[in-house]
Design a protein around this ligand. Structure first.
Ligand code: KG4
Ligand code: ZN
Length: 392
């Protein structure tokens, strides 16, 4: 089955075409074509993602990205351009009434481009930034109308979990097999910090979440304090690593908020403020910036390790997986891997390929396939839901 994935929940616009095979226990995925546009450089100016700018950029880049992904896939087609009847065109215009430029571009595309050989469209319906999500959802609905293809709404967080569990094979495929449930997922991104327990696909319990900032948000804000560009996570990590290589440590130690609390919740705002004060008080040298970055990263890793350890002890989890942009962080990966190796040697640890940790559309197509195999039926019009929950 061929699934077209579409992701527009935050500041990445992405379209992927995947060939999906196998059962829910032996699923395999081949990425036939993938195209992604990151808006990070545009948002850098605001020090964070600016929703209306994100929406505008998604609307501008999504048709070219669709063409690129299909081109890369050399998507086989029936060779036939599906005639755009008046009724269809009216429907598409209604769906995209708030996006006239995008509507026009899509209709032009539909007139020129034969229908590719696809079976379903999977699109992120939430959580995320409402204006950004709506572009993807409406675009997917319009495309589904043009090509008579069913459209499925996908939870972005389920996408992170499923794609992080999938193992990258040498031939470039992803294999999602031998997953022992329950699965504990630590989801760490710019918008989320959650510990989620999955009893099976589609059945999730949130056992811990941040009470204020998300980890990635803390990385980005602290990075800004250190004078680094947005998104600052990778830059900050590089600085921290330079201090670690030279074995240089900061004179002060930052708080590890909530580390001893008897729950799996997180808080990162106090830690962020502590770095802010340290930067204000001292006559900060370049070396200090590196050691402060290291101390910050160590504090984050300590908290993530302690809370994940508690969650693994409190649950019967057989598999532990991390996902989201911050899952690319080498120090965090190593700290979590060391903890699991030393204390939970019977647990299957899955560290995702770095290139799949950030937002992408491959993960949305993967989650779409699982949903379809799980018997999901296309029902009614999709709605973007900024606060879509994993728990049902
Ligand atoms: O999952 P993602 O691409 O988008 C959201 O859904 O938020 O995550 C982006 C976040 C940003 O805050 C970015 O700074 C952070 O992930 N990030 C990192 C690293 N790479 C990305 N944080 C720390 N270390 C990294 N290597
Ligand atoms: Zn994400």
């Amino acid at each position: 089955m061929k699934i077209l994935g579409i992701e527009t929940s935050c500041d990445e616009t992405a379209v992927s075409l995947l060939e999906c095979e196998g059962t829910i226990d032996t699923a395999r995925f081949t990425v036939l074509g993938d195209a992604l546009n990151s808006q990070a450089a545009l948002h850098a100016h605001y020090g964070g993602v600016y929703p209306n700018l994100a929406k505008r950029e998604h609307a501008k880049s999504i048709v070219p990205l669709l063409a690129k992904a299909l081109g890369r896939a050399r998507a086989s087609t029936s060779g036939e351009i599906v005639p755009l009847t008046d009724a269809k065109q009216e429907h598409v215009e209604k769906i995209l009434e708030r996006e006239p430029a995008l509507c026009h571009e899509l209709i032009e595309f539909a007139r020129l481009y034969p229908k590719p050989d696809i079976d379903a469209i999977a699109v992120t319906e939430g959580p995320g930034l409402a204006p950004a999500l709506w572009v993807g959802v409406n675009f997917a609905e319009a495309l589904g109308t043009i090509w008579d293809t069913p459209v499925f709404g996908i939870n972005h967080m389920e996408g992170h979990i499923a794609s992080s569990l999938a193992q990258a094979k040498d031939d470039g495929r992803y294999e999602l097999s031998d997953v022992d449930f329950p699965v504990l997922a630590l989801l760490i991104s710019g918008g989320h910090t959650e510990l989620v327990l999955a009893k099976k696909w589609g059945e999730y319990t949130i056992i811990g979440r941040t009470r204020d900032d998300a980890v990635g948000e803390a990385f980005d804000k602290v990075a800004r304090t250190l004078g680094l560009p947005y998104p600052g996570g990778p830059h900050l990590s590089k600085l921290a690593d330079e201090a670690r290589q030279r074995d240089e440590k900061a004179d002060i130690s930052f708080p590890r908020p909530m580390i001893d609390a008897d729950n799996c919740d997180f808080s990162f705002s106090g830690l962020k403020t502590a770095v802010l004060y340290a930067m204000r008080n001292a006559d900060v040298s370049n070396k200090d910036r590196k050691t402060l970055a290291r101390e910050f990263e160590d504090a984050v890793a300590d908290v993530l390790v302690k809370k994940s350890k508690k969650a693994l002890q409190d649950t019967e989890a057989m598999t532990f997986v991390i996902g989201g942009g911050v899952a690319a962080n080498a120090h965090v990966r190593k700290a979590l891997a060391d903890m699991v190796k030393q204390q939970f040697s019977d647990i299957d640890l899955r560290l995702p390929e770095v290139k799949i940790t950030g937002d992408n559309a491959i993960m949305i197509a993967i989650a779409g396939y699982l949903r379809i195999l799980g018997g999901a039926k296309r029902a009614g019009a999709l709605r973007a839901n900024a606060n879509l929950r994993l728990e049902v």
